[in-house]
Design a binder for this molecule. Sequence first.
Ligand SMILES: Cc1ncc(COP(=O)(O)O)c(C=O)c1O
Length: 437
Amino acid sequence: MKKRQVLKGYRKTTWIVHGPDKTTKWDFSRHVVPPMTSSSTYRLQSVSRGARGFCEYGNPVGDDAEPIYIYDRLDDPTREMLEGELAQLEGGDACLTFASGMAAVSGALGAVLRSGDEVVAHDLLYGCTHSLFEKWYPRQGINVKRADFRDPAKVASVIGPKTRVLYCETPVNPTLDLVDLKALSRARDEVNRRRGDNNRLLLVVDSTFATPFCQRPVEHGADIVVHSLTKNIGGFGTEVGGAVIAPQGLYHDLKWYRKDFGGVLSAKSAWSILVYGLPTLPVRLKRQQYSAEKVARFLEKNPLVREVRWPGLASFPQKELARRQMIDFDGEFAPGNMIYFRLDGAKIDAAAFVDDVAQNAYSITLAVSLGHVKTLIEMPSGMTHSAYSGEGAMRGVDGVRLSIGLESPVDIIRDLENSFARTAGKRKGKSAAKAPA
Ligand SMILES: Cc1ncc(COP(=O)(O)O)c(C=O)c1O
C-alpha cells in the first residue's frame, strides 16, 4: 500500500510542484529533483530478502518500511513516487501506473472481471475502449451492454445480477457530454445494498479529458479512476502512459495483474511525467482553458459552424452539471481545454476544412492525441473513433475535435478563420487545400 502523504494545509497547486517532502522509495535528500532511475534489476543482499520481497509483493507494508525492489516490472522507485502523487491528487487510496492509457483501462477491468461477468458501458467511448469491449471481451466470456449514461435511470434499468462494472468517460471523448457521477453512484449504491462484499458493483471512470486538476471522480463517488497519462498529465507529447486510481482493497490484484500481464510504465517516462508533467499541469490547463474559451466563442459566432461543445459555454447542454463536477484545485470552475464542433455540411465540407488546417495552419496540427502543448485537430469519425465505423454519426461522432495548446489564442483563431475562408462553399469530397510551396 502506498503511503498517503499529508498535505499539511497546502493547496494541491503547491503540492503538485513539490510532492512529498520525504519518501521511503528513494533517498534524495540532497537532490531538488528526484533522480531518474534506470535499472531493470536490483541487488538483493540475501536470498531471504529476495524471497521476502516476492512473498510480500502487493501486500500492504507499514508506511515506513523500506521497500524491497526486485525487478523493474514489479516495482520502481520513481514510478512509485508518481503513483503516490497521483493517488493523493485524485483523493484515492492507491495508484498504479501502466504502459499506456489502454493498458490502464484493461488493467483496471482485468483485475476485477471474470468470465461470465457483465459490464454496462456508455454508448460512446474512446475508439480503442469501444474496440476492447466489442472485439475482445466477448471472446473472454464478458458481456458488454451499452446504455446512455447521461440518463442514470436508463443505466439502472439495464443493470443485471451479473453486472460487475459501470464504465464511462466524463467528459466523453469526443462529444464532451458529461456523466453525472453522483447520480450514477447512487444507482450503484442501490444495487450494492443487495450484494455481498466480493460481488460489489463498481463505477469505473475514465477521467482523461479532465485530469485531476479539473475533476476528481472519487469525490463524486467513483470507485476506480483511469487516465491516459499520454495526454494532459504528461502534457508535452513525449511520453505514453496510463494510471489507475483504486481503493486499497483492489491494490493487490491490480499489482499482480500488472506484474503478470506486464504493461508497466517505463521508469524514464515516469520520471518525465513526475518532473515536468505534473508540476506544470495547473498552469498549462489554466492557460489552455483561457484560450479554449476564446476559440469556442469564436466558433460559436461563425455561421459555418452548426454546434460548438465546450463545457464553459452558456450554450453547453449540461452546464449546471459541468459547474458542479468540474472544479479545480482552487475551487474554480474548470471546463478543460477540449472543444468539439460540427460544421454546417450544406456550407462547408469538414474534411476539406481540416485538410486545409493541416496544410496551411502554423499554430494547429492535424494529429490524434490531445492534451499537448501544441494545438491538435482531428476528425474522430475517421480516426480516433473509426472503430464505430457506420455507427459513428448516429452517436454524434461526425464533428471536429480540437485540443487547445499553449499558443496565443489570437493565432489559433486566425488560422481557423483562414481555413474557413479558403474552404467555405467547397463541395464535399474535394480537398480544397494546397500545401504551401
Ligand atoms: C479518453 C481516453 N482514454 C484512454 C485513451 C488511451 O490512452 P493511450 O493512447 O495512452 O493508450 C485515450 C487515447 O486517446 C483517450 O482519449
